[in-house]
Design a protein around this ligand. Structure first.
Ligand code: ACM
Length: 564
């Protein structure tokens, strides 16, 4: 088996060497192209039904392939098998001249990942929804592809709180994730600027908390406002649909309900959740601008009971066994980041709580708050995950950490025996601008180019192998303060999410040794796939005129990033 890149000349619509994320090993086999046409059958072995459905619903219509059911030994066929000798998400694809295509996955997820590779091998038309060249032969050069992921957690955070993404957009992002072999959607559902999930026992969370009359346009220092009301939320059936749609694609959805900070939308809906002895919380509305918000939850029994009620419904909507390939569906993200303590310092009720619990101060009070939900979730068989601030007060055993303020939180968490998802803002916050030029729309933060993301290494070198084993994986985060619609989200996400997917899936060498020129060359085959999917990516030579936002202030940062 030769490694990818040495397997001979390209043939068929796409070379195996153009697959993104890059497979582990590819071997060219002799013979002419393996053709798929209207006679090609589909054999789906036991446990492969998600891929069977996906092939018939997505790949078949794109290329005009009926993929009628066929027997196990059909030669002109795509044959799907679960092969327990492989890892759950690993697969082996073989296309043999005159013998059709076999996809063997370690589990149902592996079969599905293999089908994503098949789609890429079939060329960009395979990413459309209907045939644009009916009857054209679809061939791939004979080969075997052996593949398996480097990391178990290959995540994307969608911030649907700052700007709501209608449900169809979320389903589309699940498709985009699947096409890039990403497997965890971190669903940021609540924040100061909006509450996006229906909670039946607290209807004002969405009745009041899901919309705002106006929105800051640009960075918080911008003088501009968008005076159109902005809002939206997912009904419980919408959420069930999203979770089920993700599960069909072997993607786990981890909901985030942010506490005790980032909660002004909830306080606007239910003023008693806030620090009523410090400010008039009845005067608060859903926040219309950006930044770190002082109006945090009160650390009262009432607040704890209220959020237990929220989480009861959340656990029901996001079942722990939604995905079979991993236990990530059992995670619930409680946020825990950026909780200013000023109101707690001034609140007699918060101070009384500190005294009653014998705590050292407000930071310890936050730790107590987080631990309460850690215990509560653990008692229900679920696992808490939170931003790295949750480490500050000592964390219960099963809790995991999303390391966002650089690598330090993740290193500390791994050394303390906690599982870690590496998503440092200096590397994989895709709201940061991707070029230093003047045409970037609402430029935020550091310049983080496609190459920078390609050279991102999720495992810091200072970890021992055992500590490194605590790194479940990595995640790119799409915060949407400056992304007012799905086209803006696409622009910030792509093409960098393709580079991120390769970092998360493929076994790449150390950052300095990575072959970015080869990645760019493969992107030459990938942009037409993104075009066929209708992704409004940033072209390599800069934004198209309508992708610019002249006059809308961002917050560009110069110089080296903080952090490590
Ligand atoms: C974060 O970016 N505040 C997690």
């Amino acid at each position: 088996m030769s490694s990818d890149g040495t397997g001979g000349p390209a043939s068929g619509p796409t070379s195996a060497h153009d697959v993104i994320p890059r497979p582990r090993a590819v071997e060219r086999l002799p013979g002419g192209d393996v053709l798929l046409d209207r006679h090609t059958a589909l054999y789906a072995g036991p446990g492969t039904d998600t891929t069977e459905r996906w092939l018939r619903a997505v790949l078949g219509p794109a290329l005009g392939l009926p993929l009628r059911p066929g027997p196990r030994d059909a030669r002109d066929a795509v044959r799907l098998h679960v092969d327990g000798t492989l890892e759950p998400e690993a697969y082996r694809l073989s296309a043999v001249a005159g013998g059709g295509v076999d996809i063997r996955g370690g589990g149902a997820a592996g079969v599905f990942r293999g089908a994503q590779t098949l789609r890429q091998l079939l060329g960009p038309d395979a990413f459309r929804r209907a045939p644009v060249r009916p009857g054209a032969p679809r061939g791939i050069a004979p080969r075997t592809v052996e593949d398996a992921p480097r990391f178990r957690w290959r995540g994307l955070l969608l911030d649907v709180a700052r700007h709501f993404m209608p449900k169809d957009g979320v389903l589309r992002y699940l498709d985009l994730m699947a096409a890039h072999k990403l497997n965890v959607l971190h669903f940021h559902l609540t924040d100061d600027q909006g509450w996006r999930i229906e909670i039946t026992r607290y209807p004002r969370l969405t009745g009041i908390g899901s919309w705002r009359p106006r929105t800051k346009f640009g960075h918080r220092a911008s003088p501009l406002w968008d005076d159109r009301p902005h809002g939206g939320f997912y009904t419980q059936d919408d959420i069930r649909e999203i979770v089920a749609y993700a599960a069909e694609r072997h993607i786990a959805v981890v909901p985030e309900i942010d506490v005790p900070g980032h909660s002004q939308a909830a306080v606007a809906a239910y003023p008693e959740l806030g620090n009523t002895d410090v400010i008039d919380t009845t005067a608060l509305s859903v926040w219309d601008t950006w930044g770190i918000n002082p109006n945090v939850l009160a650390p009262t029994d009432n607040t704890l009971r209220f959020y237990e009620g929220v989480f009861e419904e959340v656990l029901d909507l996001f079942p722990a066994d939604a995905t079979e390939f991993s236990s990530f569906s059992s995670f619930v993200h409680i946020g825990g980041d950026e909780c200013p303590k000023d109101q707690w310092r001034r609140s007699p009720a918060a101070q009384a709580r500190i005294e009653e619990l014998g705590l050292a101060g407000e930071d310890a009070l936050q730790a107590w708050f987080v631990r309460h939900f850690d215990t509560w979730l653990a008692a229900r068989g679920r696992r808490l995950i939170g931003w790295d601030e949750i480490l500050e007060g000592g964390l219960a055993d099963g809790a995991a950490v999303s390391s966002w303020r650089g690598y330090a939180g993740g290193i500390a968490a791994a050394r303390a025996g906690h599982d870690v998802v590496m998503c440092p803002e200096q590397q994989v916050y895709l709201d940061h601008r991707q070029d230093g030029g003047p045409d970037e729309p609402v430029p935020i933060g550091y310049v983080r180019t496609l190459e920078d993301v390609y050279r991102f290494e999720p495992v810091p070198p200072e970890l021992t192998p055992e500590e490194a084993g605590r790194v479940l994986g990595t995640q790119a985060n799409l915060w949407t303060e400056a992304m007012e619609d799905t086209a803006r989200v696409d622009y910030q996400a792509f093409p960098r999410l393709a580079a991120f997917a390769e970092v998360a899936w493929s076994r790449l060498p150390a950052p300095a040794e990575r072959d970015f020129a080869d990645f760019e060359r493969r992107m030459g085959a990938h942009y037409p796939r993104l075009d066929a999917l209708g992704v409004a990516y940033r072209p390599p030579d800069g934004p198209r005129p309508w992708q610019r936002r002249p006059g809308v202030p961002g917050r560009p940062l110069d110089g080296p990033p903080p952090g490590r």
